[in-house]
Design a protein around this ligand. Structure first.
Ligand code: ZN
Length: 191
């Protein structure tokens, strides 16, 4: 592995996880907030679950043809579940807050501001990881609800059946577009 990849992957992953955990705070005063219970009891934390998130995330990251973003695709996708950490506090919360469009958008901005304003691939992976994560949650359970449109509504939006394919394909297209844009920008620079 390229020597700079390792610290980059560690730093970006920590920030992404911290953002996902902190994002839960937005739901605290919501009327939909409730006491959910420890994620170890209410969620099914299995090897299959963890591996599934990583695999679908890497399938998105591989589009970049870069080891760094291939790995980050998988890591961001599993680490998004850091938003479950708030459940340990035993207070009224909206669960799975980071499983949302607005988290994805904030993640693009924060990651690119901190790690590189021209790192389009990082921005795209940060958003796409939300989609690939949700994709596997739907695939695993058959039907799953998320506060997908928070903070506009904290009602859970339910996805089911083949929706997982739309989420995964959407993530792949998004990252594909970012690869195209970053190639073009590099070519423009050379001219
Ligand atoms: Zn999840």
């Amino acid at each position: 592995m390229h020597s700079k990849n390792f610290p980059f992957i560690i730093k970006t992953s920590i920030l992404y996880g911290a953002l996902a955990a902190a994002f839960s705070l937005i739901g605290l005063s919501s009327p939909e907030a409730d006491i959910i219970g420890s994620p170890l009891e209410v969620s099914n934390v299995t090897i299959e679950h963890v591996t599934g998130h990583i695999v679908l995330g890497m399938m998105v990251g591989i589009v970049t043809l870069s080891l760094r973003y291939f790995l980050l695709g998988g890591i961001f996708s599993i680490i998004l579940d850091a938003d479950h950490l708030i459940q340990f506090l035993g207070i009224e919360i909206v669960p799975r807050m980071a499983h949302s469009v607005s988290f994805g958008i904030i993640a693009i901005f924060v990651m690119m501001m901190v790690f590189g304003k021209r790192d389009y691939l990082l921005g795209a992976i940060a958003f796409a990881a939300v989609l690939s994560h949700i994709s596997y949650d739907i695939l695993l359970t058959g039907t799953a609800g998320f506060p997908f449109f928070t903070p506009f509504t904290n009602e859970l939006t339910t996805f089911q059946g083949a929706d997982w394919i739309l989420m995964e394909v959407g993530a792949i297209i998004l990252v594909g577009i970012s690869v195209f844009i970053s190639r073009r920008k590099k070519m423009e620079k050379r001219l």
